[in-house]
Design a protein around this ligand. Structure first.
Ligand code: 5GP
Ligand code: ZN
Length: 121
């Protein structure tokens, strides 16, 4: 997709710090890290969001998750990481090319999972 920032990263048109790449998936450092280790794992195929992913992408999404596990091992956080996907702008998705956030490296200061309880019904 021409105007997609992550497609541009896949093509190398926008620089990124890649930590893993194969023919289907790329993993690179988030430009504004929210944890000591913050990696984005994306399929090379442009999929807008999880809710737009057809059944045919089930195996590709599984590969993304297995890649997250391998990247966690490579980054030294295999025993303590979170894998997060934001679906839709109301859930905080800002880049509409499906991606998983791999977060970790906190040591003993693991933050609470952030849930805005006051907004729950
Ligand atoms: P979202 O908010 O959609 O779940 O996550 C998008 C993420 O992409 C954000 O954490 C943001 O910092 C990251 N991001 C946006 N543009 C770029 C970029 O050009 N390069 C890199 N490395 N990360 C980006
Ligand atoms: Zn894209």
């Amino acid at each position: 997709m021409d105007d997609c920032v992550f497609c541009k990263i896949v093509k190398g048109d926008i620089p990124s710090t890649k930590v893993f790449e194969d023919d289907q998936v790329v993993a690179f450092k988030d430009i504004k890290p929210l944890a000591p280790v913050h990696i984005l794992i994306i399929p090379k195929t442009h999929i807008e969001s999880l809710s737009k992913a057809e059944d045919e992408y089930a195996s590709l999404l599984g590969i993304c998750q297995i890649t997250a596990k391998k990247v966690a091992e490579k980054m030294g956080i295999k025993d303590a990481f979170r894998l997060l996907l934001a679906n839709g702008s109301s859930a905080g998705q800002t880049v509409f090319h499906l991606h998983y956030h791999l977060l970790g490296g906190w040591g003993k200061e693991v933050p609470e999972m952030e849930v805005k309880k006051e907004k729950l019904p």
